[in-house]
Design a protein around this ligand. Structure first.
Ligand code: PLP
Length: 462
């Protein structure tokens, strides 16, 4: 991990004035410092550490502050605004609900709730017969955990084990962190769930995983079964997979996932994908799992599901979704009318405006451009991962040492040149523009990114 804290000392930066980017002040903006400092004083420290920009307005692929600066956004606020910032269809839908007015209903239903659920279930694959609406992604992964266990326990009282993967991440609440890999993030819990197991991830740089992905999975699962003395049919109930590994947009080999799905079938396990970052068009398909040609039992979604307000959800078959008794799985803000209206307008925009197709077609060019950049800086970039309008550029030196400090500098230089990228604090920079982006904007963003890499390498190594 890098140790960077973005500086709050305003610095002269080059003037930028293009069609899509304006940088016309020092950065951070001097007038923004008292605001930033007060937020830092009044809000938990754990929310901070990101780039010192105060957003005033955001539309399409552009983000504006109130001092004349304009950025091209390649972050989608970390995979949220898939249908574009300030999508007019979402705003119009929200205005209608506000003007009624109808702000909250919780245990009562509303036309917005009916319309959203109806559209959602009608426009997702047929095995998804019911949804459970929530507010945060971590609630959706927790709910999936509960559903997998309820289903297992129904079959047999000891069938509660969940298989998860090395390097995956599922949110910040207790169950989500138990399913996630990062051991340091679990220290606060004080114990580990003895029924949650982690399998090795088939990274592209793990030779045996790439050579024979099916065998790699079977060897890993056999070892886990032996080591823990379990019978998968009797002791396991589900498998939780992040559709791709978030920090580096790392996908599993297709055959690996197909073998996982086969193993799930053989042993009556539910297969869940955490689609938080992968869902709703990001990878050029409606859902990222579709690249693997498998049929999951449960899907946990969030972020791009609304492109705006707090909405997350779980999708699944009726008999699984109805396992919790009436009232035993609920959330106060779930199915809020505003959030449902946003979710509906977002999903319709994704389909009606051809954004999934845009992600697929422009995604191809995006990856060609990024691979050209990788070839130019091959001593510093080891690989470009991802598909569609999702990419992670992984920075490693020629001895495969990660270069997180280089990533920090590149991210900062991008910001100073009018481009927002996803700063991970690791050896990766993630790029994920809103799916409404056009060719000209995409090329300008890639060129700005390339220049920032060139200048950062020059500054650190030459
Ligand atoms: C893969 C994945 N799962 C779960 C979550 C948790 O979502 P939320 O932050 O909405 O709780 C995230 C958030 O970054 C995520 O990327």
């Amino acid at each position: 991990m890098s140790s960077l804290k973005f500086s709050h000392i305003p610095k002269e930066v080059k003037l930028v004035q293009t069609k899509y980017r304006n940088i016309v002040t020092k950065l951070p903006v001097p007038e923004s410092i008292p605001i930033l400092e007060r937020v830092y004083e009044t809000e938990s420290h754990s929310m901070h550490g990101q780039m010192p920009i105060i957003w005033d307005r955001a539309e399409g692929v552009q983000v504006y502050d109130s001092w004349g600066n304009k950025w091209l956004d390649f972050s989608s606020t970390i995979f949220v605004t898939n249908t574009g910032h300030g999508n007019i269809k979402i705003i119009e839908a929200l205005k209608k609900v506000l003007e009624k007015p109808l702000l909250h209903t919780y245990t009562f239903t509303s036309p917005e709730r009916y319309e959203y659920l109806n559209y959602l279930i009608s426009n997702t694959p047929k095995q998804f017969e019911k949804a459970f609406l929530l507010s945060a992604g971590t609630e959706a992964t927790e709910a999936s955990l509960k559903l997998m266990r309820l289903n297992g326990l129904k079959l047999n009282k000891r069938k509660g084990g969940i298989l998860c993967f090395e390097g995956n991440w599922h949110g910040r609440t207790l169950g989500a962190q138990m399913m996630g890999w990062n051991p340091s993030q679990k220290e606060w819990i004080g114990y580990l769930d003895p029924n949650i197991y982690h399998l090795p991830f088939p990274y592209p740089w793990r030779e045996e995983a790439i050579k024979d992905p099916r065998n790699f999975f079977r060897n890993c699962i056999d070892e886990l079964i032996k080591k823990n003395n379990i019978d998968p049919k009797k002791d396991l109930c589900g498998i939780m997979m992040e559709t791709f590994q978030g920090w580096g947009a790392v996908f599993y080999p297709k055959e690996f996932v197909q073998e996982v799905a086969l193993f799930a079938k053989e042993n009556d396990l539910l297969l869940t994908f955490d689609e938080m970052q992968a869902g709703f068009g990001r990878t050029g398909k409606l859902f990222g799992y579709m690249h693997y040609e498998v049929e999951p039992d449960l899907l946990a979604c969030g972020k791009g599901v609304s492109s705006s307000l707090p909405l997350a959800l779980v999708l699944g078959r009726k008999e699984i979704m109805d396992l919790p008794g009436i009232g035993s799985m609920s959330s106060t803000h779930s199915a809020n009318p505003l959030v449902c209206a946003a979710g509906l307008a977002n999903f319709k925009s994704l389909i009606d405006d051809g954004l999934i197709e845009n992600s697929e077609s422009l995604g191809k060019l995006f990856h060609i451009k990024l691979n050209e950049i990788k070839n130019r800086f091959s001593n510093y970039i080891s690989t470009v991962q991802g598909v569609g309008l999702l990419a992670a550029v992984i920075f490693k030196d020629q001895n495969s040492n990660p270069l997180p400090d280089l990533c920090d500098l590149i991210s900062e230089k991008c910001m100073q040149s009018g481009l927002l990228v996803v700063h991970t604090g690791r050896e990766s920079i993630k790029l994920a523009p809103p799916l409404v982006i056009n060719l000209e904007q995409l090329i300008e963003g890639c060129e700005t990114f390339e220049k920032a890499i060139e200048e950062s390498i020059e500054q650190i190594y030459k």
